[in-house]
Design a protein around this ligand. Structure first.
Ligand code: PMV
Length: 336
């Protein structure tokens, strides 16, 4: 495969799981539970890649340290090189418009956009499933972020796939309430492995996860927000329960996370659909419909130190368009 001479740029949004995966099977980042996710259009990262004499990575204009590159990026880059049968190195420039490693799924969009950009740079045309599987080597959630719109990543699978809804659900919105911009206390990989090793709640979580995912799929088909919201709550609260029961326990929530959870409860009691979810971090993402956004935003503004962003949900799987474009035209891959 002869790499392209021009740099390639790719922009993607992170994959927010409405139904979570938490825990892995084996050593290949295969998810232990089924996740259902959507891309968050308001957040995105862009990566520009070019051939270089050694691997050099920049994030938001700052060179990444050798330790960070070795720990988080090299295993992914080496796997990709082996798969593509290339020995070249890459200059990688990444820009994020949202906080990194703070529970906003930054690794999902970073590794998915790297996969698309680097495979294009190397003139490699894999199927969407192969690209999703390659992205999984960077982070499991990146296998989902390759696709826009709703995506399912079944337990035990190597790749995610699009989950198109029979009818477009255009009113859905997600409010991302950012309670803390700092790096998360424990990164996802060690957190999952502590939980799998030591949490008495982990088996119960895996046992209940499939039923929750099936309910969520039905709710998406029926456009039933209450049913979806209840499944989302069962999923994220169950996931965090496994962390609280781990040794040592892991608690990502802060004071404002708890205030936001209670706020959503109060709003629902007042007939306003506000269904929260959380990942491995203190941020709270609230699923609602367009009509309730101004009211919920006003309520959030009352909480000191919380900043929120409203996002539409990705609607179309962009990968199909990308996969059919000739490599020469792939110099700019803007996937929104
Ligand atoms: O695959 P990772 O390392 O980005 O972990 C993602 C874990 C959660 O965000 C908590 C759940 C999920 O399904 O995205």
């Amino acid at each position: 495969m002869k790499p392209m001479t021009k740099p390639v740029r790719c922009q993607l949004s992170p994959s927010l799981a409405l139904i979570k995966y938490w825990g892995k099977r084996g050593r290949q980042h295969i998810p232990a539970t089924t996740s259902i996710a959507t891309s968050l259009n308001a957040l995105h990262n862009s990566v520009t890649v070019a051939i270089a004499s050694k691997d050099e990575l920049q994030l938001n204009g700052q060179q990444l340290s050798a330790v960070v590159v070795k720990k988080y990026y090299l295993p992914f880059l080496d796997h990709l090189r082996a798969h593509l049968r290339v020995s070249c190195h890459f200059a990688i420039d990444m820009l994020l418009n949202f906080p990194l490693a703070a529970g906003l799924a930054s690794s999902s969009s970073i590794f998915a956009s790297l996969t698309l950009a680097l495979t294009s740079l190397c003139n490699y045309r894999g199927s969407p499933a192969t690209l999703s599987s390659l992205a999984r080597q960077g982070s499991t959630s990146a296998a989902r972020a390759i696709f826009g719109g709703f995506v399912i990543f079944p337990a035990g699978a190597r790749a995610a796939r699009p989950l198109p809804l029979p009818h477009h659900w255009s009113e859905l919105r997600i409010i991302v309430a950012i309670t803390d911009h700092s790096y998360k206390r424990v990164s996802t990989r060690p957190a999952m492995s502590v939980v799998q090793r030591s949490s008495f709640a982990y088996r119960g979580w895996v046992w209940s996860a499939q039923k929750i995912a099936t309910t969520a799929r039905a709710a998406l088909r029926e456009h039933n927000l209450e049913k979806l919201g209840e499944a989302m709550r069962a999923s994220y609260l169950g996931m965090h329960a496994t962390m609280l029961a781990a040794r040592p326990p892991i608690l990502y929530w802060n004071e404002n996370s708890i205030k936001l959870i209670h706020l959503c409860e109060d709003l629902r009691l007042r007939g306003i659909e506000a269904w929260e979810t959380m990942d491995a971090g203190p941020q709270v993402k609230i699923l609602t419909t367009q009509q309730h956004v101004p009211r919920i935003m006003r309520e959030i503004e009352g909480l000191k130190g919380v900043k929120s962003v409203v996002s539409e949900l990705g609607v179309a799987p962009q990968i199909e368009r990308l996969a059919t474009v000739a490599p020469k035209e792939l110099v700019e891959l803007v996937c929104r």
